[in-house]
Ligand binder design. Structure first.
Ligand code: 5GP
Length: 114
């Protein structure tokens, strides 16, 4: 799997509204937000889909989740609640093949999703 738009964001080749960064994770606002808060958490080391993740990626996946939870807590919407989503491949609705978590918050989110 080749490079994606998220690789360009990591390398600062295209702009993004970056809200969090550490040595392994980058987070930025989604270009097409589906909620008042819609932030994408991505690993700097690209994995195409969740289905491609391997046992050696377990710590990285945990860091992504904790980065999202920490951001929600710091921004003050953890208590009200939020949703973290991964879309995997076609039927999951994945469009960018660089694994990412969507953090959605700021409104009541329906279930089941569309
Ligand atoms: P997926 O559909 O793969 O789960 O999510 C990809 C997300 O990336 C979509 O919500 C889409 O709006 C967002 N996206 C696509 N291209 C860009 C971009 O260039 N910049 C930003 N910030 N978000 C993007």
């Amino acid at each position: 799997m080749g490079d994606t738009i998220f690789g360009k964001i990591i390398r600062r080749e295209i702009p993004a509204d970056i809200v969090y960064e550490d040595d392994e994770v980058l987070a930025f606002r989604d270009l097409n937000p589906q909620a008042p808060v819609h932030v994408l958490f991505i690993p700097k080391r690209a994995i195409p889909t969740l289905d491609d993740a391997q046992p050696e990626d377990v710590a990285l996946l945990g860091r992504l989740l904790l980065a999202a939870a920490g951001y929600a807590r710091r921004e003050g919407f953890a208590e009200q609640g939020y949703r973290v989503v991964n879309n995997c491949r076609e039927y999951g609705g994945q469009t960018v093949y660089h694994l990412h978590l969507h953090l959605l918050a700021g409104r009541h989110l329906g279930w089941p999703p569309g």
